[in-house]
Every structure is written in C-alpha cells, then in structure tokens.
Unconditional design. Structure first.
Length: 79
C-alpha cells in the first residue's frame, strides 16, 4: 500500500485483514464502505478517526485538515 498519508502500520494491517491491500481499492470502495468493513472486523478498535483518516487519505490532505462539514457528512453516512 506504500506510504499513504494518514494510514500508519496498524491501519494498513487492519485493512489487509479485510482484504484491502491497495490505495486504489480504498478509492474505489470509498471511505464509508471501508470504514464499515473495518468497524465490523474490529468494533472495539476502529473509531471515527479511522473514517476521517481514510477520507483525508483519498483527498491527500492531513486528517486534521478535513473540514468539519465533511466530517459531519461522513458521520451521518455511518450512523
């Protein structure tokens, strides 16, 4: 998966556990679907920060720069 912004070794490990091994798969599935799969796989460990990190990775920005309105929209989609 290379060196993707916002996704460290643990995140990449969790993604591999659910069969996602490339950034292109994350882009194709979208952050919400990837988050749902991760949350189902690791309900206690995966938080909304993972969702925000995935979306920020797709946008190629630091997760801290993800606008609040985008975070709000993402949260509505997973609730």
């Amino acid at each position: 998966m290379g060196n993707m912004r916002n996704l460290g070794p643990k995140s990449r490990q969790w993604l591999a556990e659910i069969g996602i091994t490339t950034f292109e798969e994350i882009e194709r599935l979208g952050s919400v679907e990837v988050y749902r799969r991760l949350k189902a796989s690791r309900p206690r460990e995966v938080s909304l920060n993972m969702l925000y990190g995935l979306e920020a990775a797709i946008l190629d920005i630091p997760w801290q720069h993800l606008p609040q309105d985008v975070k709000d929209q993402l949260k509505v989609q997973v609730d």
